[in-house]
Design a protein around this ligand. Structure first.
Ligand code: PLP
Length: 416
């Protein structure tokens, strides 16, 4: 960020800073190597070479062969393309399975498919954000064209057991796609171990620019293009290649591999320090989602009796960037569809804040956040009409408010 004051950026699941190492290899592609890689002359072949070199690097990040990589414009396109391809491959199959906690790329595409006459099953999750594989078993039908389940949730960091789900889909003969956009640099990715047919990544979640993504398509898996045009990407995605961003994506893939240990060690420790510190310092605060298995960089916390939007505003004034829900739904007043699907009460969902760290964060930033955040929550609670300690609410005691809140939660989750 360009502010003169130091900004503490805890919103890496929304987007990441473009790494200087990425900019370094990207700029010459804009300045000097701007040709079309499909042209016939020598400099074009050289540029095509840069694209293939980047393809090898992103393939290495996920344990794939270079020819299994299709560059796209973003993670959203990759997800849309995977599902559209499966429906095109088996036109008689009109049923799609995904989950209720996917990125809006899948939720909104699923809703669109319903309008086009498909049936879409959005698998529910438990209060800790986990999936019941028995429900997946019950949902698969002879006309199921594809199962698409994300690996890591962008809001809570909760991980789904992709190898099990992939093996199960394979046993049923149903294609399986996973949205792994949140995982590079945080988890070791090996498409062979995962056993998926298709997998999506997005450059801007791993310190490359926005506007570049990829879809891994397993060798010999029948794929139908979504963007139809020229014969680029072996006929799997039309459109002249975004050479500078592809080259940057390749460099970012190398960095993600190099930084995996840092993310799983140091960054995880920073995340835990922040989360444990806030849970301890701020009463009536809970973690959303299972503690494990979870991404090492993500913490989603519910601060009861306050609105996340108000917290984010005061955090912003203190120079701290965080988010409520996902960046794609900010601006709408609806509570996060992910937290709602986990059965959180509307009040608790609306008071939830996501902190997502990266390699760029430091221990000093965590210390500053731990000093700044508790007084911000206390200040907001002092003026919150929901707050039992509010001067207008003298008759409320905190216990009664807690009980009321639990009742509201129970109603929202349909429990007794
Ligand atoms: C960010 C994100 C996407 C969308 O990627 P874009 O490149 O922004 O389209 C998809 N899925 C998940 C889990 C994400 O976090």
């Amino acid at each position: 960020m360009s502010e003169s004051r130091h900004t503490i950026y805890f919103d890496n699941n929304a987007t990441t800073r473009v790494a200087p190492e990425v900019i370094e290899v990207l700029l010459p592609m804009l300045e000097r190597h701007w040709g079309n890689p499909s042209s016939a002359y020598g400099i074009a072949r050289e540029i095509a070479g840069h694209v293939e070199n980047a393809r090898e690097k992103v393939a290495a990040l996920i344990g794939a062969e270079p020819r299994e990589i299709v560059f796209t414009s973003c993670g959203t396109e990759s997800n849309n393309a995977a599902i559209a391809s499966a429906l095109r491959a088996a036109p008689e199959k009109r049923h799609v399975i995904t989950t209720a906690v996917e990125h809006s790329a899948n939720i909104a595409f699923g809703r669109e498919l319903e309008r086009r006459g498909c049936e879409v099953t959005f698998l529910p999750v438990s209060p800790d954000g986990s999936l019941d594989l028995g429900l997946l078993d019950q949902s698969i039908r002879p006309d199921t064209a594809i199962v698409s389940v994300m690996w890591a949730n962008n809001e809570t960091g909760v991980l789904f057991p992709i190898p099990e789900i992939a093996a199960f889909c394979r046993s049923k003969g149903v294609p399986f796609h996973t949205d792994a956009v949140q995982t590079p640099g945080k988890l070791k990715i090996d498409v062979k171990e995962l056993g998926c047919d298709m997998l999506s990544l997005s450059g801007h979640k791993l310190h490359a620019p926005k506007g570049i993504g990829l879809l891994y398509v397993r060798r010999r898996f029948k794929f139908h293009p979504y963007v139809i045009g020229g014969h680029q990407e072996r006929g799997r995605r039309g459109g002249t290649e975004n050479v500078p961003y592809i080259v940057g994506f390749g460099r970012a893939a190398e960095l993600a591999l190099e930084r995996l240990d840092d993310e799983q060690g140091r960054v995880r420790a920073l995340r835990d320090k922040l989360e444990d510190g806030l849970l301890k310092a701020v009463p009536h605060t809970t973690r959303n989602g299972a503690k494990e298995p979870r991404l090492p960089n993500t913490s989603n916390l519910a601060f009861d009796f306050v609105e996340a939007e108000a917290i984010l505003m005061l955090l912003d004034r203190a120079g701290i960037c965080a988010s409520s829900g996902s960046a794609c739904t900010t601006g709408s007043l609806d509570p996060s569809h992910v937290l709602t699907a986990m059965g959180l009460s509307p009040m608790r969902a609306r008071g939830s804040v996501r902190f997502s760290l990266s390699h760029d964060n430091t221990e000093a930033e965590i210390d500053t956040a731990l000093e700044q955040i508790p007084p911000i929550i206390a200040k907001l609670r002092a003026i919150s009409p929901l707050n039992p300690g509010h001067p207008d609410n003298e008759n409320y005691d905190i216990e009664a408010a807690r009980v009321r809140h639990e009742e509201e939660t129970a109603r929202a989750t349909g429990a007794e």
